[in-house]
Design a protein around this ligand. Structure first.
Ligand code: HEM
Length: 448
């Protein structure tokens, strides 16, 4: 069933001529993206120091982009007119993975149509009802870790946040299907990460390297499960549906303004979007949070000693400041615009560098120090000085849920007797659209 009639495809505007954009790193685009992959924050800081604001980044398959980082200019980028500042177009590398109806890859009226349907399930206190379940899943996960053996925390956090998505978003109750999802979704996300980061290079088949085939077969396997779940949910009566609190059940009942329900393709793309946007991001933030806590014993001690809500919130805010899981958000402009004193030609990309904003010494003295106290009391951060969830009509719809999930799980993890397997600093790497710990944060659980 497909009910949506507006074609969401917007042509990519021609790139502006080189001379029309401010200077930036001279490396060829492929080498620029390799440098970003290896040292995302350092590369941005060095470019900012050398070229000032804005500088131009060029990466393969993406509009050449002006990078901004001061709060007032970042605000203009993320809150610019949604019919001109297109985020869906900027997010187009995600399209092969998430689909054409994904909230992340749509713009203008089709984007607002989907956003109106997706926002209500994420609103207010609704998802807090899941607090107990999340707490229970976290306790069970931490209790299963082997004593005295080294393990990678990133993998465990991915498994945990996937469980949360399978319950809260999908509401899958069939045990066999849930097991299949546990097995197949991470494999698909793994293949998808390369497609997103390396663009078209990762979708070719060269001799024995069958990246495209692998990507497509993993996508089809997951799609089959998703369509089966959608069909089962549609088969439920209104009474049964209205008693369920998972997001899929709510979306199956939702209707667009013209009264039409979401089609199967729309539902599939939005489910995939919620997994992709909400699973690894939260897992990565948790992994960084534990790494930072174990390297900052005073903060850990305060977390262990029955912390108040404000302190736990401040810890999570500081984690997302110093390790912004999504290091930038992008827009592509379809007509000339002015950002501060800068004329930006049509077809240029704009990047709000969250990582650079969060490392500004004028907002955060000693920006590389982990100090949750920055977010306590009257210490005010300027608006758009902290934006791990982006902003404007594209602001992350899962932001309050993510913060709640982080705080709930971190309280549990802080109580676990864990130590780092190595004191060496954890390298920060970029994969897909996230900043991840290069070695996955290796831990040892000690005897309690
Ligand atoms: C620590 C966790 C998370 C971080 C750091 C994060 C960050 C972001 C960022 C930076 C954006 C882009 C905003 C912009 O372009 O201005 C975004 C968009 C989005 N996020 Fe999140 N997110 C997180 C968790 C979640 C969760 C748990 C969900 C849902 C289950 C979610 C769903 C979405 C969706 C659907 C969008 C697209 C919104 C739109 O384009 O209208 N995110 N997120």
């Amino acid at each position: 069933m497909s009910t949506t009639t507006i074609d969401p495809t917007i042509p990519v505007p021609a790139y502006p001529p080189r001379g029309a954009l401010p200077p930036g790193p001279k490396l060829p685009p492929l080498l620029q993206i390799a440098a970003v992959a290896r040292d995302p924050i350092g590369t941005a800081l060095r470019a900012h120091e050398r070229f000032g604001e804005p500088f131009t980044m060029r990466v393969p398959g993406f509009s050449p982009s002006l990078v901004f980082s001061s709060p007032e200019l970042v605000k203009q980028v993320v809150t610019g007119r949604p019919d001109v500042f297109l985020a869906g177009l900027a997010n187009r590398p995600l399209k092969p993975v998430l689909g054409r109806w994904s909230l992340l890859t749509l713009d203008r009226a089709p984007h607002m149509r989907q956003r109106k349907l997706l926002l209500p399930p994420f609103h207010g206190e609704r998802l807090r009802a899941y607090g107990e379940l999340i707490d229970e899943l976290a306790e069970r996960e931490a209790a299963a870790w082997p004593v005295g053996e080294t393990f990678r925390l990133d993998r465990r956090m991915q498994a945990l946040t996937l469980e949360v998505i399978l319950d809260v978003v999908f509401g899958i109750s069939d045990a066999a299907r849930k097991d299949e999802m546990r097995r197949l979704l991470p494999r698909y996300i793994d293949a998808a990460r390369h497609v997103v980061f390396w663009g078209s290079i990762a979708t070719v088949n060269v001799g024995p390297i069958r990246l495209r085939e692998q990507f497509e077969s993993r996508r089809d396997a997951v799609d089959q499960l998703l369509y089966a779940e959608i069909a089962d949910r549609r088969a439920l009566g209104d009474d049964q549906l209205s008693q369920r609190s998972d997001i899929l059940s709510m979306l199956v009942q939702a209707t667009h303004e013209d009264g039409t329900p979401m089609g199967d393709g729309e539902l599939r793309d939005e489910l995939m979007t919620l997994v992709a946007a909400g699973h690894e991001t939260t897992a990565t933030a948790l992994t960084w949070a534990v790494d930072l806590l174990l390297r900052n014993p005073a903060v850990l001690a305060r977390m262990r000693a029955a912390p108040d809500d404000d302190y736990v919130r401040a810890v999570c805010q500081e984690v997302l400041r110093i390790r912004p899981v999504v290091p930038f958000v992008g827009r592509v402009v379809t007509e000339p615009v002015r950002i501060g004193d800068h004329d930006v030609p049509a077809g240029a990309g704009l990047l709000a560098s969250i990582a650079l904003t969060h490392h500004r010494a004028d907002i955060y003295p000693e920006p590389t120090r982990f100090r949750p106290e920055r977010f306590l009391g009257d210490a005010a951060v300027p608006s758009y000085g902290w934006l791990p969830f982006g902003g404007g009509v594209r602001r992350c719809i899962g932001a309050s849920f993510a913060q709640f999930e982080l705080e709930t799980i971190l309280r549990v993890l802080a109580r676990s007797p864990l130590r780092l397997a190595s004191r060496r600093p954890e390298p920060i790497r970029a994969t897909g659209v996230t900043l991840v710990p290069g070695r996955g944060v290796k831990l040892v659980r000690e005897r309690a």
